[in-house]
Structures are given as C-alpha cells and as structure tokens.
Write a protein that binds this ligand. Sequence first.
Ligand code: PBG
Length: 326
Amino acid sequence: MSFPLIRMRRLRKSAALRELAAETRLTAADLVYPMFINDQVHDRVAVSSMPGIYQESIDYALRTVESALNLGVKQLLLFGIPDEKDAEATSAWSEAGVVQKAIQAIKNQFASDVVVIADTCLCEYMNHGHCGIVMDGKVLNDPTLDILARTAVSQAEAGADIIAPSDMMDGRVAWIRQSLDDAGYDDIPILSYSAKYASAFYAPFRDAADSAPAFGDRKTYQMDPRNAREALIETELDLIEGADMVMVKPALSYLDVIYRIRQAVNLPLFAYSVSGEYSMIKAAAEAGWIDEQAVVLETLTSIKRAGADRVITYSALDAAEWLRLD
Ligand code: PBG
C-alpha cells in the first residue's frame, strides 16, 4: 500500500492529532539542573560564558532550589567552587567543604522533596585543574581512587542522595561502591559518568567551575570522540563495578552513542547536555538567529528520542517554565 491510500499528513492535521501521535514527551521530571556553589560570593555572580547561569552562595542557592521545585524540577547536580585549591584536593572531601555544606543546607530545608546529585570529581579542587593526582606531568589513576572515594563518602555523609563520579579514572566505580558500603552507605546509588568524552564543548563550564587544566588536556582519561564501541565497553565495565545508573556526555554530538547504549542497557540512562551546547544556543538566540525556546525544546526532545531517560541541562528551569505554558 502506498499513496494515495497512505497519507502521512493525516496525523499532522492539527495540534491535537500531532499530540496523539507523538512518540516522545519531554516533561520537567526528565530534567536535572546543574548548580555552581561558591560561598565566597555575595548572592550570586554571573558566569560570563553562560548567560543566565551563576555561581551562587549557599543562601542564594536555597532560593534557586525553591524556584526549581515550584517549576517541577526536583533533581539537582551540585558543583563546588572552593576557597582553596591544592595538590590533594583537600577541600573536595573536607566536612566543611562548600559542596558538603550546600548539600546539608539543601537537604535540611527541602528533605526528600529534592534529589541532590553530587558531582564527584577533583578538578575544581586541584591547584592544577586535573581530575586526579599529578606526578611528573602525569595524571595518576590508582592514587586518585582513594581521594575520590573519600570525597564520595563525605558527600554521602552530608546527605547527598546520589554520587556521580565524573573523572573517568579506571576502577573508580568499584572503589567508590566499596567505600560507601564500608561507611554504611550501601543504600546510596552511583550515577556514573560512564561514557564521558574529551570534548571541546566543556569550555564554558571550566569558566563556571574554575576548573581548566593548567597544563595539557584531559585526553589521557576522558574518551576519544572518534569512538563509539569503546563507550559500550566503558558502560559495561561501570555496570560490572556496581553503577546504578549510567551517562553519556556531551549529548548533542553523541546521540548515536546514547542510542547504542540504550539498546544495550536497561538501567536508567542520563545524558548531559553540556555547557558548550547551552552557550551556543544562547549566543545564536541573543544574535536573533534562532528562537531559543523552540531550539532548546527541540534539542532536549531529540536527546530523549535518542534514548536518554533523563537530561542534565542548564536550560532546565527555562524549559520547565516553557513546558508549563505550552
Ligand atoms: C568535571 C566536570 C566537567 C564537566 C562536568 N564535570 C568538566 C570537565 O571534564 O572538564 C563539564 C560540564 C559541562 O561542560 O557542562 N570533571
């Protein structure tokens, strides 16, 4: 059978019919909002490379969380900008660390209304900006695992609901799982940044989190953008090591990877629509070249269509507002 019996346009005739035929639906519950906590600032300071995104004091962040919840965005991903950086990332695992204090404050006020995901990485806390211990210009794998695990346990102690290691060291998921279990946190899930690429799309984030590497790049630990099969192996290894949820990052240039992992994995799959994806849309919208709302919603929908269950996006609050008015 074909034309004129088949007419694909019949189901596109009205908004109501298009709604009926829609295969993918984006809702506020799909979105995770990343936040940058810097308790040295008064209220908040704008991140110049990411219009609409701020480093926020803990007090200010509490207000932001309240507005997020009012919009139906209940999942937050927290990053910290510490007072001091050193070669052991001491403030990453300190009880009085900025993220630990922020987690406590948020959980105190909002309890189980909110899901706090702690990004577990050392780069924001290292004086050289790499995600692991550095010796002779090399980022060491095994010595980094201890500090990472210590960081994860301190975040769990502070009340984090989910631990999300983003450093791409080998073996970190198993190491963190074991340390959490030993510390009595066997009920805290791990969301692993399992397929994280060495991407040029992270540039604006490094501004926001003040985490640019002082020398070299992250290509010895993050994945090569040319590889997709490798993403399946990375993901499988993380599952064997005990990851409860997995992630692909970035999102938009890696929709094929999201699709492939979706076929292989039945656990929740997150995609991180990263800073560069956000800032490109912002810049083009500010120049009047595209419609920000339409492009953001189309982009987020495409990430879900590719197979992601949840999307981490700096547009979470805007998108939730637009979806509500829709
Ligand atoms: C920390 C981390 C990075 C991002 C999330 N966690 C930066 C990096 O790996 O350099 C990037 C997020 C974004 O660009 O939005 N390792």
